[in-house]
Design a protein around this ligand. Structure first.
Ligand SMILES: Cc1ncc(COP(=O)(O)O)c(C=O)c1O
Length: 446
C-alpha cells in the first residue's frame, strides 16, 4: 500500500527490518547477499525494493524514497516510464534474440550516429565494462602498442586491467604525482594486468605532456572520464580535454572518452558535444536505455575499421536483444520529445546545488557541492576546491556517511559516495523537498 506523497516525505524512516531479514536469507544463496558489490553499501545495509515509479522507489518495509541515485545513473527518464515499458513489451513480443540482426538496431545506430559527434561507426555490447575493453583492443590493434594511460580515481568498470587506482589507503600512499603508486581494488587480479597501464593524476595537462613525451612508444590510448564523476563530480580544467586531444594527435594515440556517465546526461551528444572535443573512441552505457543492458563502443571510422576488418574481434551472444534496443530508442524518444528537457535538468540540478549550499551555510557545515547540474557531488571538506582524486581523498567521509544516512532515513536516496543524479521527470517540488530535508539533516549531523 503506497503512502500518500505528502505524508511519507515528512516521516523519518528508521524501519529496515524486512530488508534485514531478506538480506540474511539472500546471504545463504547469493554471495554476500547481493548481485553487485556496490549494493552492499546502501544505508544501513543492502535494501530490497518492490517497485519504482517516476522519481520514487519503494522498499519491502514500505519506505518510499525520492530517488537521486536513478539506479547509479541509468534511469534518466525515471522508474517505469510508460513509453519505455510499452516499446519494450511490443518489440520483445515479436521475438527476443535471433543470433542475427534486426531492423531496430540499425535505427538505433543511425540515431546515435546523428546525435554523437564521433560516432561514425559503432558496436553494441551489454555494459560499460565490456565496451571499455573493446575500446582498448581497438586502440592496441591500430597503434601496435600495448599500454593505456588512465587517471587516478577514474572508474572504467570492474575487470582486471581497470580494477586499479580507485581505492587507496591515503593520499600520502599515492606518492609522487609523476610516478604514483597504484593499489589493486580486488584480490585475484591477473598479475599481467598491472602491465597494461600507467596512472597519472587528472586535470594536470603539463604532467600528461611530460609523461607522454617520454613514454608515447608504449601508449595505445589515453582513457578519461570527460567529467570525473566517480570521485567527486569534477569538471575538466579549461583546456585539459583539448590538451589531451592534441597530445594524442601528436603521438598517434587513441583518445578514449568513457562517457558511461556523461553520455545522455550532459546531453544526447555526451560530453564530446558539450565540450566540443572529438575523441577517437568512446563508451556509452547506463542512461542510454533506462536500465536495460545495452552499451555502445562508438568511434571514428579509421579506428572502428579494426572491427570492420575483423582484425579485432568483438562478439556476444546476448548483444542487441530486442528489449534493450527498444528501450534505448524509447529513452531517446522521451528525451527528444520536449526541447526543454536538458535545460530543465540543468536548471533543477543547479537549483538543488544552490539550495544545498545555502542550507549548509545556515547550518554551519563545510559542505562542498560541485558538478554540472544533471549530476553533482556533495562532500565535506575545508579545501577551497576539489580538482582531482587526491583532493577527494582528503574529504570527511565519516560526515558524508552521516549526511547520506540522515537523508535516507527521511526518504531521500542519494548514492553513498555523495553523487546525485537528476532525471527528466524530477519536478521543482521534488527539488524543494530535497533541499528542505537536507537542511534538517545538516542541522543534526556533528
Ligand atoms: C565511467 C564509468 N565507466 C565504466 C563503468 C562500468 O560500467 P558497467 O557497470 O555498466 O559495467 C562505470 C560504472 O559505473 C562508470 O561509471
Amino acid at each position: 500500500m503506497m503512502l500518500k506523497k505528502t505524508n511519507y516525505m515528512m516521516l523519518k524512516k528508521t524501519n529496515y527490518q524486512k530488508s534485514e531479514a531478506l538480506l540474511a536469507r539472500a546471504s545463504q544463496v547469493l554471495a554476500g547477499g547481493v548481485a553487485s558489490e556496490f549494493r552492499k553499501y546502501n544505508h544501513p545495509h543492502a535494501i530490497f525494493y518492490t517497485h519504482g515509479e517516476g522519481t520514487r522507489v519503494y522498499d519491502v518495509d514500505g519506505n518510499a524514497y525520492l530517488d537521486f541515485t536513478l539506479s547509479q545513473g541509468p534511469l534518466i527518464v525515471g522508474h517505469s516510464h510508460p513509453h519505455v515499458l510499452a516499446e519494450v513489451e511490443a518489440y520483445s513480443r515479436q521475438g527476443q534474440l535471433y543470433a542475427g540482426q534486426h531492423i531496430k538496431e540499425i535505427e538505433l545506430a543511425e540515431k546515435l550516429n546523428q546525435l554523437i559527434p564521433s560516432a561514425e561507426l559503432m558496436r553494441f555490447c551489454l555494459d560499460g565494462s565490456e565496451a571499455v575493453q573493446t575500446a582498448f583492443r581497438v586502440a592496441r590493434s591500430k597503434t601496435g602498442k600495448n599500454k593505456f594511460l588512465r587517471f587516478e580515481g577514474h572508474y572504467h568498470g570492474w575487470l582486471d586491467n581497470v580494477a586499479w587506482g580507485i581505492s587507496t589507503p591515503s593520499v600520502e600512499a599515492l606518492g609522487d604525482e609523476e610516478n604514483p603508486k597504484v593499489f589493486p581494488w580486488s584480490a585475484g587480479l591477473s598479475s599481467n594486468s598491472r602491465e597494461d597501464f600507467i596512472t597519472l593524476s587528472w586535470n594536470d595537462l603539463d604532467l600528461v605532456e611530460r609523461v607522454v613525451a617520454e613514454r608515447h612508444n608504449e601508449l595505445a590510448a589515453i582513457i578519461t572520464e570527460p567529467v570525473m564523476c566517480n570521485n567527486g563530480c569534477i569538471v575538466p580544467n579549461e583546456g585539459f580535454l583539448q590538451g589531451l586531444r592534441t597530445v594524442c594527435d601528436r603521438y598517434g594515440i587513441a583518445l578514449i572518452f568513457d562517457e558511461v556517465i556523461t553520455g545522455f546526461r550532459l546531453g544526447l551528444g555526451g560530453a564530446q558535444r558539450y565540450y566540443n572535443i572529438l575523441p577517437d573512441l568512446s563508451i556509452f552505457a547506463k542512461a542510454i536505455a533506462s536500465g536495460y543492458p545495452i552499451s555502445a563502443i562508438v568511434g571514428k571510422r579509421e579506428w572502428m575499421e579494426e572491427i570492420v576488418s575483423a582484425r579485432v574481434i568483438h562478439a556476444g551472444t546476448m548483444n542487441t536483444s530486442t528489449p534493450t534496443v527498444a528501450a534505448a530508442l524509447a529513452t531517446i524518444d522521451v528525451l527528444e520529445r520536449d526541447p526543454d528537457t536538458y535545460d530543465r535538468m540543468f536548471r533543477l540540478g543547479r537549483r538543488l546545488m544552490d539550495g544545498l549550499r545555502t542550507a549548509a551555510q545556515t547550518a554551519g557545515q563545510n559542505l562542498f557541492v560541485q558538478g554540472t547540474g544533471p549530476m553533482f557531488n556533495t562532500s565535506f571538506t575545508a579545501l577551497p576546491d576539489i580538482r582531482n582524486y587526491r583532493d577527494t581523498l582528503q574529504t570527511d567521509k565519516a560526515k558524508l556517511k552521516q549526511f547520506i544516512a540522515g537523508l535516507h532515513d527521511r526518504g531521500i536516496r542519494v548514492i553513498g559516495r555523495g553523487l546525485w543524479y537528476i532525471s527528466a521527470v524530477h519536478t521543482e517540488d521534488d527539488i524543494e523537498q530535497a533541499i528542505k530535508v537536507a537542511a534538517e539533516v545538516l542541522k543534526e549531523i556533528d
